[in-house]
Design a protein around this ligand. Structure first.
Ligand SMILES: Cc1cc2nc3c(=O)[nH]c(=O)nc-3n(C[C@H](O)[C@H](O)[C@H](O)COP(=O)(O)O)c2cc1C
Length: 197
């Protein structure tokens, strides 16, 4: 079974992270880490309150998924968690949405909490790391930090929904971006119809 880490930061677009968790739970185990601001943004944008000491039940209830699915929700201040160690077998880490603050910390190698450390470990272990930045406009600092992450091996999948699919809802736009992330992870999905596919 595949093992994934999903990190939700305090950028706008918590829906991307939650949709991704829903999809990845169909094929593997997921460790979900909210930054402090990520949890606050999720409460604000989606009405999902994530308790500081976890939140597994709350997340599964929100996603309307069975309670026995292999989801762990780990507080970002728990640096003793398995996701902090390079010796733990993890197939991929996705940061969705990724704030510019997180991108700056990661590109600087800070690893000052579990979210930053889990992404940092993916880079050092040469594992798949997908970063879904959400900010506009982008400063030169943001662009340089994203370039640093791409140079270090991360895939940058900006939260930029396409319109050639003629999205009819916010859900369609979320699905487009999350589908692009799944494409990078080589995970089959039916979140959007492929162009003349
Ligand atoms: C309403 C609101 C929207 C925000 N949207 C973004 C955003 O889209 N991108 C971003 O980089 N930061 C955004 N921020 C700022 C981040 O939340 C802030 O930089 C925070 O420190 C990120 O912390 P984290 O990376 O630890 O989650 C927003 C903040 C608020 C209050």
């Amino acid at each position: 079974m595949k093992r994934y880490v999903v990190i939700v930061t305090g950028a706008s677009g918590s829906a991307y992270g939650l949709r991704l968790v829903e999809q990845l739970l169909e094929i593997g185990e997921v460790t979900l880490i909210f930054t402090k601001m990520g949890a606050e943004m999720t409460a604000y944008e989606l009405g999902l309150m994530v308790p500081a000491d976890g939140g597994r039940d709350a997340v599964l209830r929100y996603l309307e998924l069975p309670r026995d699915l292999p989801l762990r929700v780990v507080p970002s201040d728990d640096l003793f968690d398995a996701a902090a160690s390079g010796s733990t077998r993890i197939d991929a880490v996705v940061v969705a949405p990724a704030s510019m603050g997180f991108v700056g910390s990661l590109s600087g190698g800070l690893a000052s909490d579990l979210a930053e450390r889990a992404a940092d470990v993916a880079l050092k272990e040469r594992r798949r790391l997908v970063v879904v930045p959400r900010e506009t406009p982008l400063s030169l600092i943001h662009l340089r930090n994203l370039t640093t992450l791409a140079e270090a091996g991360a895939s940058i999948v900006p939260a930029m929904p396409g319109f050639y699919q003629r999205p009819g809802s916010v859900d369609d736009m979320v699905n487009f971006v999350v589908g692009k992330v799944l494409d990078v992870l080589d995970v089959d999905h039916e979140l959007f119809t492929r162009w003349r596919g």
